[in-house]
Write a protein that binds this ligand. Sequence first.
Ligand SMILES: [Ca+2]
Length: 228
Amino acid sequence: MRFIHERINRRSVDELLSDPEAMALLPELGPDQNILTYAVNFRNPDGSLNTNLEQANRLNKAVYDLLSIDPGDEIYGYGMIVSTTDFSEEHYGKTFIEDFKRRLGVSSSPGSTVTVLRSTTMAPWLLSTPEGSFLDVLEFELRDAILKSMMRDSMFQIFTEIDTNKDGVLDVSEVMSKFREKGYHDDEVDAFLQLCDLDRSGTVSMEEFLGAFSQFMAKSKLASGVSA
Ligand SMILES: [Ca+2]
């Protein structure tokens, strides 16, 4: 560190070029900004890996939505912040995209645009935090975000499935018929409608559904019966 401080940091290009020892160390240090690009995929309830590119892209987008900040947001609530981009065949070439899709487990799926996450660290030597190992902290944050994203996405799919007339809200008859179809008893349907705070004329929005359904899942013995 002393060598970097004295011989590399803040020296001009000419000074560096005339210092063989500094020039020898530079390629070993690499850049001071590491950009890691990666994508996550999920397993189906039966344990098989998802092979649908569109669904994998949606999961990565959902993780990004959870771990990104909007202008004006308070950043200190975030343990990890990521950015995202789409890799397209146009910019990265067919070989790269096909290889990336294969590694993600979605090579059989049509489509040539892969949504990825990007992490940047400005301090590549940062290894410990007050909470322990930096890598452990990152792993925890990422796992947590992926689980939340998967839960939210699967509930979004269930919402879409229940919303038979596709008007973006659920009404009592839609909830009744879908829950009965899935084998729930009427008292369970009533319990769910109560969680939604729904009267006979009311409807349930996506946000209301997310709140009520996660409570319902936690209480229900039949929770696995409704996962799509
Ligand atoms: Ca509806």
